[in-house]
Design a protein around this ligand. Sequence first.
Ligand code: RRO
Length: 301
Amino acid sequence: MSGLKVTVGKISFDRPGIVASGIMDETGDTMVRMLRSGAGAVVSKSVGSNPNPGHRNPNFTEVPCGCINAMGLPNPGIDAFAEEMEVAVKEGPIIGSVYGSSPGEFAELAGKMEDYGACAVELNLSCPHAKGYGMEVGTDPKMVGTIVKAVKDAVKVPVWVKLTPNTHILQDIGRSVEEAGGDAIVAINTLKAMVIVPEFGKPLLSNKVCGLSGKCIKPIGVRAVWDLHNAVSIPIVGVGGIYDHRDALEYIMAGASAFQLGSAVLTEGVDVFEKINRGLEAFMEEYGYGSIEEMRGVAHE
Ligand code: RRO
């Protein structure tokens, strides 16, 4: 599988598909299972300073062509997460996702993830429905730059920054990440959305506003990666609606160095990574590509 090896800045992965934050990544055991199922790395569930139960049910459902969620950042808090990381990092590369409301909080959380053995940290600047967190701090380019700089000053591991598509200034935000020293951009998180049940006369999810993921968001994600490729030189990791190797190729050809899967793991099962790996190898052989890197950004040429 050497043709599937990818490099994102300073880190290399044997396989290009990474488990996106929020799926099969809340415990050490599930992260290990994903690494054994063909994923090149796993991004942990986003973890904050304190335990958080998240939003009450209903907080997730499938919709035509995708899923909606408003989990509400459920997590045990950074200190309790140490024991999950201890199990997971022995098996392979784990990227520690963190969320905070200030540069100092992000820096402290990232430092702990580094201590736990994360090979990189991913800053969640993009959750679409978290008051005071996520895209509320991640759509202000100045604030994004300040957060990234604070984290860069606090850790040695690469700093990845997950951005939201819920903005018309994505390229400006991407440039802020790059100028502040960010090592990679991850695009995209879910789209701000809502589902109403006519019989109830109310929004379906308890939080009302939710995030849309799955097949229906792929064209938006591919366009976001395309735009970022035109704006920055740091690596981009593509995510949003990838279900098979052709979806992954769209992101790679738009400019992504690697890609992440979220909703597809839920609906297709954990074998989806191996299926994509085999599909990519067959495609590369048929079309004469020797590596993922050779295909990166070719749609721009
Ligand atoms: O936990 C969530 O509700 C959540 C997060 Br942290 C995120 O980044 N994106 C999303 O759709 N849901």
